[in-house]
Design a protein. Structure first.
Length: 183
C-alpha cells in the first residue's frame, strides 16, 4: 500500500475506533493491529488474552505452527486501549453477538470501501508490513522471522519496494561506485 492509501485507511480506522464500545471500534482495533505486526488476520482475530505476554504475542497455533509476534509501542498501545474482562478470553470480542471476532474478512469490504481502497485485500496489510520492513533496510531473514515464515522463498514474495526507494537505492549505489572509480 502506498503512503496515501495508508493515510486513507488510517482515517477510517481512527473514525471507527472513536465509537467506543462498539463493534466498529473492536474491528478497527483488530485491523489496526495487523499493520504494525504483519500478522495474519486469522492470528489477530483468534487472539486470546493469555497469548499477550508483555511486548509479544505467543501464538499457540498459526498457519506455520506456534510462533511469537513481537510488539512495538504502537501495537502494544492498540492492545492496552482495549477493554478486558475476566470472563471473556478473546481480545477481540463482539459484545452484541457474544462471540469472538473470528472473521475480519467479513468486515473488510466496508472498511476498504469507506477508505476508497477497492483493490486492496486484507492480506495486503501483511505485505505492506513486509514492504516497509524491506524499505527500512531490514534483511530478508529478519522480515521472514517477523512474519513467521519457515523459508526465505516465502518471504521474498512479500517485500514489494516502492519506486522512490528503488530510485534512492540506485542513486546511493551509483554514488558509491562513482566514488570508487574516482579513487
Amino acid at each position: 500500500m502506498s503512503s496515501t492509501e495508508l493515510r486513507q485507511l488510517g482515517e477510517v480506522l481512527a473514525e471507527d475506533q472513536s465509537v467506543e464500545g462498539s463493534l466498529r471500534s473492536t474491528v478497527a482495533a483488530a485491523v489496526t493491529l495487523l499493520l504494525p505486526t504483519g500478522s495474519r488476520a486469522s492470528e489477530v482475530a483468534g487472539l486470546q488474552w493469555q497469548d499477550v505476554r508483555g511486548n509479544r504475542l505467543k501464538l499457540r497455533d498459526s498457519k506455520t505452527g506456534p510462533r511469537t509476534v513481537w510488539l512495538g509501542d504502537d501495537a502494544r498501545a492498540v492492545l492496552d486501549a482495549l477493554p478486558r474482562s475476566r470472563n471473556i478470553p478473546w481480545v477481540f470480542w463482539d459484545s452484541e453477538r457474544r462471540t469472538p471476532l473470528l472473521k475480519l474478512s467479513n468486515y473488510w469490504p466496508s472498511i476498504r470501501a469507506r477508505a476508497g481502497l477497492f483493490n486492496i485485500r486484507l492480506h495486503d496489510l501483511r505485505h505492506t508490513f513486509a514492504s516497509n520492513a524491506a524499505m527500512s533496510s531490514e534483511t530478508l531473514s529478519m522480515i521472514g522471522r517477523l512474519l513467521g515464515h519457515r523459508s526465505l522463498s516465502s518471504t521474498s514474495r512479500y517485500g514489494h519496494l516502492g519506486e522512490e526507494h528503488v530510485s534512492d537505492a540506485a542513486q546511493r549505489i551509483g554514488t558509491v561506485i562513482e566514488h570508487l572509480i574516482q579513487r
